[in-house]
Write a protein that binds this ligand. Sequence first.
Ligand code: PHE
Length: 355
Amino acid sequence: MNGGGPGEDREGRSSDVDALVGEALARVAEADTSEKLRELATELTGKRSPLSRAKAGLAALEAGERRAAGMALNAARQAVEAALESRRLELVAAERTALLEAERLDLSEVVPGRRRGHLHLVTQARDRLEDTFIGMGYTVAEGPEAESDWYNFEALNFPAGHPAREMYDTFYLELGPPESTLLRTHTSPVQIRIMESSEPPIYSVMPGRCYRIDTPDASHLPVFHQIEGLVVDRGITFGALAGTLDAFTEAYFGQGFRSRLRPSYFPFTEPSAEFDITCVFCKGEGCRTCGRTGWLELGGCGMVHPNVFAAVGYDPEVWSGFAFGFGIDRLVMMRHGIDDIRELITNDVRFLEQF
Ligand code: PHE
């Protein structure tokens, strides 16, 4: 044995090894990131670590001591490596959880008192309109948005070249002969579809999306929503139309809301009218929004034209009826005092969350 001073064989002494392990385990426990732990692992078990140096020092020991000291060092290394591994697993799991938590986007969680996602304002209005009419004994029907010229115009008494077609700036589809297929400009084609496929009496409303070529501004969008009403029965009068619109206005807007009719023109109704409702802003007192009249224009209506009955094969001597139609988006704007229709499609959450 070279020398024999106290320092020379310290690598082999079990008390020193115990101290080394104790210190190593304490430092492992303190490492708080897997990055730091990796550096610590090199420091504690790498080539230049005290453990490795102690192992190298074993060569200097006498054979008898070497065996015991070697076993003690192996046990020490195993203890340190086991501690490193279990701490590593702990840290990796914690870091993973933290990352998931940070990146979490839980769209399903129910937080009491906080709404996450709901039906769009226009959908809510459409649902309420349907409910209101169902309560009045109507059924709800739908039709396609891509229509033929027949349903959108011809059967509704707009023959080819009829000037009233110019009320509707139409998107035509490149399908079939030119201008034979289009995106419906109103929900009135659904009237024709219902009458073609069923016999009177008919009490139906037909909500849906419509299209017209329009540059978007505060009151126009090229895609908008209408709801149509159609009644066909024996002895249906203009008075029934007026009464129905009045009953609807009160059911939808509330007590004190009335409707009125003004003469107008539509090819598929005769006589035709525009219908107004009590101004929702001033309750009829007269304000700037209603031009001091106390009324807001909502839609069109009239008695079904005999030519329309002829187009669907109904006998106008037996059946009579009325129809009405109005914009759901407009209605929503009136009801909530929204002054720009584009708000409805901008999808600004700050706007949408109010409803
Ligand atoms: N379809 C007409 C329009 O959009 C509205 C209307 C419907 C008029 C039913 C009368 C009867 O202009």
